[in-house]
Design a protein around this ligand. Sequence first.
Ligand code: SF4
Length: 412
Amino acid sequence: MMKKKLAVYIHIPFCVKKCAYCDFNSAKPKNGQIDLYVSSLKNEIISMVPSLMKMSDHSVDTVYIGGGTPSMIDAHFIEDVLAILKEAFEKETAGSYKPSEITIECNPGTVFDKEDNFVIYRRAGINRLSLGLQSANEEELAILGRIHTREDWKRSVKLARYAGFDNINTDLISGIPGQTWEDFKRSLDTVITTGVEHISVYSLMIEEGTPLYERYKPESLTEEERDRLNENDRLIYDNTGNVLKMAGYERYEISNYAKPGYECRHNIVYWKRGDYIGFGLGAASLIGNIRFKNTDSLSEYMRMYDGSCPDDKSFSDKLCASVPEFMLKGKNEVECIDKNGQMAEYAFLGLRMTEGISEEGFRNEFGISIDDIYADVIKRYVNMGMLIRKDGMIRLSKEGFNVSNRIMADFL
Ligand code: SF4
């Protein structure tokens, strides 16, 4: 029988310093915390994998090490964790660990002078890097509170290339206060010039509770200022697609662009609603119809996997009566998704991708036609020119991408 492909996410929740816009669950580590965390992570992997493999015959196809800042911890720790992961899967079933893509997120401020890190990453099997630049403009980097400069990023790309990395992503942020299209284009040009294979562009979200929110309170904007910002956002979004296309990058998802063949396999699993398992603080998993998420408390997570804390959490939701025990251990959310929920997720996640939803894929997955559920909404948006239905695929049109949130919400 064909093994089911599995995406593995590994979370490292530590950062050198908190960025001004960040509301992720990450923090500067206290003394000794990194060692303890890595040991908990390894214990979690060792305890979870056998149960997972008993439930379903999976084969690891992608691994993504994200954060936080995975590159701020000793590269040997990363090597160790990957070795444990491989051993845990292979011990259960030979051939169940054959990742075609292993990515690690790196903050340029932590690696620009550490050639060895890249060498160790390569030795550990990592073949894709995500080097977050966010902006090539020093003033914008200061607004964001990043710990690196544009030069740090350039040096990091160079060192990574020397070490043999031929698949590099760079993140950029648009919509930084005061940023014009011309400002953003300069960042884009800087990135294009280095020839990285993949570029992600995210709009800045000014989240409550962050220093950036205190400084630029979005609610204090007038309606006119808000309209201007939205207009600027749309201009940047449209122009970015055009500039990157000319440079050889195709948009394949709302925020992601790649040279042919360099699309991120790991993220595609999320958008196609494949199975994934997350290890580490707050990491989320989806196996079949069950979604579960690790605790967000660092102390609880570490106690859980150093063996000193019995898991006394009980989930009363009747729907979860059939959830295997290992999916409950150390979790703060467990959800069984019914068929309607699965179909809705399949549709709205699939629409994030420019290729859209495959009608045949939907039928294979759920045993019914997509029209049995969504005929009305599909017809409405096709008539409005927001959706395109062609060759067995349903996808957003250019106009549809501009109002994608509204359209996707209608599939929920
Ligand atoms: S590096 Fe990333 S995770 Fe860390 S504080 Fe900055 S934005 Fe947050």
